[in-house]
Ligand binder design. Structure first.
Ligand code: PBG
Length: 333
């Protein structure tokens, strides 16, 4: 039987009842976006005296140690969930030595930020070699110039110990090497760091949307990462990587980028037994920021809508370059 009476054109079912006032919409809303749901990625560059803005990421800067401390305090005051630190070293080499050096920029910055805001924020560090290698790949290379998976795992375990020693609460495994979660977990446990959590960038795709990030970290990469990051065509393979990371002991799994992979995110959210995060990456941030600079759309509303859609697709938390600005403007309350 139809819900409509053929003789009475007035609808009996009126979904608009639930949208008629701001108070009703607030009560009915299914998904929310609070400061605690967001993690702010931060870049710290060795040798900088003042922050330096990143042209391809309007509103984002490479930080000095001092400005990194200041912005981390602001992030804590704004109630964000955490910060994710990326280091930009002054010198690079084939093995990414700066990543494992206790005096390397990322480890120095981690100690400083944990001392400053470690009680109020979850301080996280990127665990990958690409910022530290002179060839820009996420791992070390073999004699033929290919990324050597198992030799890279040795570098990752050393890097994990350096980051744990520096006080990082969560290590962000973003290198897409096979077995990295298990290798890092056992190295940490053997060294007495069983309390350090692992965020596995499980379904990380080889994406053009990382473009501005490569400027932000002054990446030396010439080529691409398609032998280790996922093919954008493959959803099932992303789910497989998540299942492997769950098996290897990941505490949190991630889908990255976010907006172009909301289908993968939904599948992962439906099966994961641990929290699921997503990374709204540099290009996803910057295309909105650039359009806003041109007056083509409302940048804040567009960032909020994108982040809300990522939460709606199943992310418990989201890494976002807009996190602090949105929180400070009271748009996440
Ligand atoms: C690897 C890493 C990258 C990003 C986060 N971690 C770069 C890459 O894989 O090429 C990209 C994040 C972004 O684009 O915002 N260290």
């Amino acid at each position: 039987m139809s819900l409509h009476d053929a003789h009475d054109p007035a609808p009996r079912i009126r979904p608009r009842r639930l949208r008629q006032s701001a108070a009703m919409r607030r009560l009915i809303g299914e998904t929310d976006l609070r400061p605690r749901h967001l993690v702010l990625p931060l870049f710290v560059r060795e040798g900088l005296a003042e922050p330096k803005s990143i042209t391809s990421m309007p509103g984002v800067a490479q930080h000095s140690l001092d400005s990194l401390r200041r912005i981390s305090v602001e992030a804590a005051e704004a109630g964000l969930g955490g910060v994710m630190l990326f280091g930009v070293p002054a010198e690079r080499d084939a093995h990414g030595s700066g990543a494992t050096d206790p005096d390397g920029i990322l480890n120095v910055a981690t100690r400083a930020i944990v001392a400053e805001v470690g009680e109020a924020l979850v301080v996280q560090t990127d665990l990958c070699l690409d910022e530290f290698t002179d060839h820009g790949h996420c791992g070390v290379l073999d004699g033929q110039g290919r990324v050597d998976n198992d030799a890279t795992l040795e570098r990752y375990t050393a890097m994990a110990l350096a980051q744990a020693e520096a006080g990082s609460h969560v290590l962000g495994l973003s290198g897409m090497m096979d077995g990295q979660t298990a290798a890092v977990r056992s190295a940490l446990d053997a060294a007495g760091y069983s309390g350090v959590a692992l965020l596995a960038y499980s379904a990380k795709y080889a994406s053009a949307f990382y473009g501005p990030f490569r400027d932000a970290v002054q990446s030396q990469l010439d080529g691409d990462r398609r032998t280790y990051q996922l093919d954008p065509a493959n959803g099932r393979e992303g789910v497989r990587e998540v299942l492997l990371d769950l098996d290897e002991g990941a505490d949190i799994v991630m889908v990255k980028p976010a907006l172009a992979y909301l289908d993968v995110l939904r599948q992962v959210a439906d099966l994961s037994t641990v929290p699921v995060w997503a990374y709204m990456v540099s290009g996803e941030y910057s295309m909105i920021a650039a359009a806003a600079q041109n007056g083509w759309l409302d940048g804040e509303r567009a960032q909020l809508e994108a982040l809300l859609s990522i939460r709606r697709a199943g992310a418990d938390a989201v890494l976002s370059y807009a996190a602090l600005a949105l929180a400070q403007k009271g748009l996440l309350a």
